[in-house]
Design a binder for this molecule. Structure first.
Ligand code: 13P
Length: 250
């Protein structure tokens, strides 16, 4: 059985005070989440304070990005050991905003994945197609290319140490969610592709869905056979919504 994971990607949102209030509110409702693991991924500068607030709870801490380099002269970057220093369990790599706004390539994302794993972090690898790619019938080709880049770098067993998130770019922050069937079709494709390398990895891999998930649509999405949780943007900034997604995950 794959334990569901519901991870909140706060993106570049919040304040010191707001982050504390949000975490306290989530903590207040954690008991109602039975099966799912809940994680929060605040901006780097709030990792310390959020980490302290969630210490001793069942919640996990994640970061939103990581450098591929070891600590050194890389102005503005954050190295993997710095994240473990602050108690991060997870780190998001290859989010579509990193790929599309900051130009991260498949190979850079793969290197980040490898560096995170080497440090004992669990990378949450995001894959997903642009609207024009979906309309051109290229969804599977794009997702396969993004996955293969990481498999080439770390091998299938190395990929198996991570978590995947399918986030169709056209559904992120747009209020347009993939239908449960649309999402399930891509999740099943991802699992088949993993199975072509290693059946055990395919069966154990948690594949999250992300893109306009909220309390109201979470249950239908999370009921699908190959959807093992969610990577939540906007709705993770609202404790009530985030907890409702957690409850829907089990
Ligand atoms: P939204 O939930 O705001 O659409 O964002 C999804 C996402 O990008 C999570 O990483």
């Amino acid at each position: 059985m794959r334990q569901p994971l519901v991870a909140g990607n706060w993106k570049m949102n919040g304040s010191l005070e707001g982050a504390a209030a949000l975490v306290e509110a989530i903590k207040g409702g954690l008991d109602e989440v039975r099966e799912a693991e809940m994680a929060v991924c605040p901006p780097f500068v709030y990792l310390d304070s959020v980490g302290k607030l969630i210490a001793g709870t069942s919640m996990a801490l994640g970061a939103q990005n990581v450098a591929k380099e070891d600590p050194g002269a890389y102005t503005g970057e954050i190295a993997a050991p710095m994240l473990t220093d602050f108690g991060c369990k997870y780190v998001i790599v290859g989010h579509s905003e990193r790929r599309n706004i900051y130009g991260e390539t498949d190979s850079l994302v793969a290197e980040k994945f490898a560096r995170a794993r080497q440090e004992g972090l669990i990378p949450i690898l995001c894959v997903g197609e642009l609207l024009e790619e979906r309309e051109a019938g290229k969804t599977e080709e794009v997702v396969a290319r993004q996955l293969d880049a990481v498999i080439e770098q770390v091998g299938i067993a190395g990929l198996g140490d991570g978590v995947l998130a399918y986030e169709p770019v056209w559904a992120i922050g747009t209020g347009k969610t993939a239908t449960p069937d649309q999402a399930q079709a891509v999740h099943a494709f991802i699992r088949q592709r993993l199975a072509s390398h290693d059946e055990g990895v395919a069966q154990a891999m948690r594949v999250l869905y992300g893109g306009s998930v909220k309390g109201a649509n979470a249950e239908a999405l999370l009921a699908m056979a190959d959807i093992d949780g969610g990577l939540i943007g906007g709705a993770s900034l609202d404790a009530g919504e985030f907890l409702a997604i957690g409850r829907a995950a089990g």
